[in-house]
Design a protein around this ligand. Structure first.
Ligand code: UDX
Length: 424
């Protein structure tokens, strides 16, 4: 098939590369010339395991990038993969979705024959029906079919997840539109669920809200466990035998960050309250607990050291999770802001996210080139991301360590340092 993908960011480029690998001819359309040139030069701006390998083999044979929407006149299926960031009030910003709909609608107006537009971006239920379809039909009439196909890619494992998803959710305006999407993914082994557009949109939000809820749930249980003298990680082992509960996504610590879970829960809360007339108390509490967890590290540090003014605090890990350089909504960033507000001297290290963090803190943080360098001369070490290299306990001899991610095994760590877990 000939497929065009609008938006060559994280979701768009992984989707485009995956579809090209499946044998389709794919064009990526992005308004940013630097992004486009990087793809055409086989040096993508985002880092995902396996992505460069696909680009090096398939650009320009089956995958090219352009800024020009006109190429979609040669394709059978368009996938909208643009960002849907948050506005300051937490609501979803549909600016890029609307721009994409206008851009492709105006080109589709001159295209003959049937065409399917499917969205992969996370969008509030009813957005395809109330925003995307009206814009495109205004330009192109009713010769376009519509579908919604949410992605569930986790950063760091996105390429692998593209080829082995647990499910393929096809939200379709009608069977004809859904069939085109199914044809594009026909070689992907996954359970397939076909449903209407709005249900598919909601499945994406419910998935991320559930994952976020699991994390805040276990953090709440962890806080109770800690007071009861119980290790929450042993409790999770006991829980995991019950298949109804499972053991995944129950790692207690300083909570969830990243570009999806915090944003999507906030957008769902906003839409629920402002568009659907329902106040989602559970989801509000999920965010409240998540906001509280990182500051527990500071509370523990103060309880041990007294005032943090002029104390040297080493922060290990800046990315929102290991194996990425992404610091969006990373708990470590909020922790550093609090430390600076309290007058602490901050020494920080991350194996991949230093450059991004330097842009957030151009002056007041002392960025180090290794964990050992950050730890040396510190009064206290905070572990904010569980990178493998931080699991080497010999780094921490004689130090005060507060572990926000269960990077260290408590009994071993306690034998060589003053160790305290954030909720264990
Ligand atoms: C998430 C969803 O997992 C994915 O399906 C969706 O498409 C996009 O959002 P991602 O943002 O890449 O993926 O990160 P994820 O691996 O889910 O981790 C999110 C955050 O939760 C991280 O900060 C991580 O450290 C934290 N986390 C995860 C926990 O605190 N405890 C856990 O048990 C699991």
């Amino acid at each position: 098939m000939n497929i065009s993908v609008i938006g060559a960011g994280y979701v768009g480029l992984v989707t485009a590369a995956g579809l090209a690998e499946l044998g389709h001819d794919v064009v990526c359309i992005d308004r940013d010339q630097v992004t486009v040139s990087a793809i055409n030069n086989k040096t993508p701006l985002i880092h995902e395991n396996g992505l460069s390998n696909i680009l090096s083999r398939l650009v320009p044979k089956r995958l090219i990038a352009t800024t020009d929407y006109k190429v979609i006149t040669d394709t059978d299926l368009i996938l909208i993969c643009v960002g849907t960031p948050s506005k300051p009030d937490g609501s979803i910003n549909l600016r890029y979705i609307k721009n994409a709909a206008i851009g492709l609608g105006s080109v589709l107006s001159s295209k003959k024959g049937y065409h399917v537009v499917a969205t992969r971006s996370t969008i509030i239920p009813n957005t395809t029906k109330e925003v995307i379809i009206p814009i495109i039909e205004r330009y192109a009439g009713n010769k376009v079919g519509f579908a919604y196909n949410p992605e569930f890619l986790q950063e760091g494992k996105a390429v692998q997840a593209f080829f082995n998803p647990q499910r393929l959710i096809i939200g379709e305006l009608n069977k004809r539109a859904g069939n085109v999407l199914l044809k594009a993914f026909k070689d992907i082994p996954a359970a397939i669920f076909r449903t209407d557009l709005t249900t598919a949109e909601m499945i994406k939000y419910a998935s991320n809200a559930f994952l976020a809820t699991k994390i805040s749930f276990i953090n709440e249980i962890a806080n109770i466990c800690q007071r009861a003298g119980v290790d929450v990680y042993d409790v999770v082992k006991g829980l995991s035998f019950d298949y109804r509960i499972g053991g995944e996504f129950l790692n207690a610590g300083i909570g969830f960050g990243g570009s999806c879970l915090p944003k999507d829960v906030a957008a769902l809360i906003y839409a629920s309250m402002n568009h659907f007339g329902y106040r989602p108390e559970l989801l509000r509490t999920v965010l409240d607990i998540n906001e509280m967890q990182p500051s527990k590290m500071i509370d523990i540090a103060e309880s041990k050291l007294g005032s943090l003014r002029n104390k040297t605090i080493a922060v290990l890990g800046l990315a929102f999770k290991p194996n990425t350089d992404d610091i969006r909504n990373a708990p470590a960033i909020g922790i550093i802001k609090l430390l600076l507000a309290k007058g602490a001297v901050v020494r920080a290290y991350d194996p991949q996210a230093l450059d991004n963090a330097k842009r957030v803190f151009p002056q007041r943080v002392d960025f180090c080139s290794s964990a050992a360098e950050a730890i040396a001369d510190s009064d206290c070490v905070l572990i904010a991301t569980e990178w493998d290299e931080f699991k080497n306990i010999s780094l921490y001899h004689g130090k005060m360590v507060i572990d926000g991610r269960r990077a260290l095994e408590p009994s071993k760590a306690k034998s060589i340092c003053d160790y305290q877990g954030v909720s264990w």
